[in-house]
Design a protein around this ligand. Structure first.
Ligand code: AHR
Length: 526
């Protein structure tokens, strides 16, 4: 079409303007569901492992450090984690948990053994950060502990002794031992993971063998807290099916005693799923300086979380249609090429892409709130998709942290199920919905909608409707940047710090939001 005819066509509304043609148009409709589940705050859980600079430097600097600390735990990291209302921390691993002997980490620090972290690079392990230091850390943050028990190189007896030491009354022998090490009052340990990746570093077990081992641990540990069945590997649905079949009930065959049949041994199951951008574990893809191909592949793989949860949940539904058993995503996050030349440190850059993946993954967890009641991002500081990075005394928060900050308004709210109509974002063979969303209602009547535009080039106009609700105002905050790999750096202003959404308005009873390309936003509607 000739330029003047094109201009006339646009002016008379016959064609979209070039800017509009470049814009994504999507709708998000909130469904009214009086029975919708609560969003468990524990889906915002964290994971910290003795690995690289995750614990040492990231959390523990020691009492004599010039870095400000309380009893050896760095204060800047504690303050940052408090700000986002971190509900739960999983420790001490990971694969490290399967080599960890808790007695090495209690008693006078100067007398603790120096061991070797054979799970991660044969680094020296001073055991300076042990049970009491971890519990002090979670208490400083205001979070709950989630202990991962050593199944591969430990025993039910060692695990039971650890739980007794932590939880026994002060007048018992175990309680007195704890008091001698500095803590009179018993600790609470609400979550206990029975192993870690027991199909791999946790003992190379078959699902059937693990199920039988779990039954034994259940008999010994069941009174201490909620036990968590360890970790199906991504789409290993057989693991979930086999463990449920072999370990859900004390007796595989129905017995005349209905009480025994109905008294399940499993309250929580879990899975692990990581997002790569390269072709396989040998080529995980770059964490910075990547192309749009790496952006698209990573987003496509992160979206798989929805399918993986759906299919594990479907198996659980057959055994537990009323959804008493919770699903935890015990480890999740991005896993890129190492950024510090020391692969076993798992230190990597955290860019806008990580933030976008965090936003759409948390939307998936929230939309599965009926089953997913815990998740722990890997990991908290200086490891994989970290919330926080440190360099000696310096600390920065990452785009992933900003997303946890934006989304904290959902914690404990009721899910508002959403129907999303969105065109696909496409690149080469990748086709995935451009807009991801989830929503919740707070007790005081506010509605919070989380929106992610994964398209790296096109802004999106999203119309949010909440039938049956009168809307008078809408405000929001957004995280975005020009470059796909924009990231914070030490000593420089943070280019990803969320800013107020300027293009949000109430029109005809709905909310219209314009999301920048590659952005994560949370809108509050009243
Ligand atoms: O998070 C790093 C490692 O990833 C954990 O130790 C292990 O459980 C998983 O394979």
């Amino acid at each position: 079409m000739k330029p003047h005819l094109l201009a006339l066509a646009i002016a008379f509304g016959c064609l979209a303007s070039p800017a509009e043609a470049q814009r994504i148009e999507a709708t998000v409709t909130l469904r009214a569901d009086p029975d919708s589940p609560t969003i468990d705050p524990n889906i915002y859980g964290q994971f910290v492992e003795h690995l690289g600079r995750g614990v040492y430097e990231g959390v523990w600097v020691g009492e004599n450090s010039p870095i400000p600390n309380v009893r050896g735990i760095r204060s800047d990291v504690v303050a940052a984690l408090r700000r986002i209302r971190t509900p739960l921390v999983r420790w001490p691993g990971g694969c490290f948990a399967e080599l960890y002997h808790w007695r090495d980490g209690v008693g006078p620090r100067g007398e603790r053994p120096l061991s070797v972290n054979t799970a991660w690079g044969d680094e020296p392990e001073t055991n300076a950060f042990g049970t009491h230091e971890f519990m002090d850390f979670v208490e400083q943050i205001g979070a709950k502990p989630f202990l991962a028990i050593n199944v591969a190189s430990g025993s039910p007896g060692e695990a039971q002794a650890w739980l007794q030491y932590m939880t026994a009354a002060p007048d018992s022998s175990a309680g007195q031992a704890r008091a001698r090490d500095g803590r009179q009052a018993p600790y609470q340990v609400p979550f206990i993971g029975v192993g870690n990746e027991n199909w791999g570093c946790g003992g190379n077990m078959t699902a059937a063998h693990y199920a039988d081992v779990y039954r034994q641990y259940y008999a010994v540990l069941r009174t201490y807290g909620t036990l968590v069945v360890a970790d199906a590997n991504s789409d290993d649905y057989d693991w979930t099916e086999t463990v449920l079949r072999r370990a859900l009930y004390r007796h595989a065959k129905p017995t005349p005693h209905a009480y025994i049949n109905r008294n399940p041994l499993i309250q929580m199951m879990s899975l692990h799923y990581y997002t790569l951008a390269g072709d396989d574990w040998a080529d995980k893809g770059p964490g910075v300086g990547f192309t749009e191909r790496h952006w698209a592949l990573a987003l496509q793989r992160a979206y798989r979380m929805d399918e993986i949860i759906t299919r594990h949940s479907r198996i659980m539904d057959r055994f537990d249609p009323e959804r008493h058993i919770a699903l935890s995503v015990n480890e999740w996050g991005t896993w890129w090429q190492a950024a510090d030349g020391r692969p076993s440190n798992l230190y990597q850059a955290n860019t806008l892409r990580d933030g976008v993946i965090a936003g759409m993954t948390l939307n998936i967890f929230q939309n599965h709130a009926a089953r997913v009641r815990m998740a722990n991002i890997a990991q908290m500081v200086n490891v994989l998709q970290a919330m926080i990075l440190t360099r000696g005394a310096e600390m920065i928060v990452t785009p992933t942290y900003h997303v946890f900050d934006l989304y904290q308004v959902h914690q404990g709210n009721r899910l508002a199920p959403v129907q999303v109509r969105s065109p696909n974002y496409g690149y080469e063979g990748v086709r995935v919905p451009a807009i991801s969303a989830s929503a919740s209602r707070s007790a005081d009547g506010a509605v919070f909608v989380s929106l992610v535009n994964i398209d790296p080039d096109k802004p999106a106009r999203v119309v949010v409707r909440a039938p049956g609700q009168s809307i008078s105002r809408a405000t929001g905050r957004v995280m975005t940047a020009d470059a796909m790999d924009a990231r914070p750096d030490f000593g420089a202003p943070d280019p990803l710090a969320p800013i107020p959404l300027t293009d949000v308005a109430v029109k005809d009873g709905a909310v219209e939001v314009v999301l920048p390309a590659k952005s994560v936003a949370v809108v509050e509607i009243r």
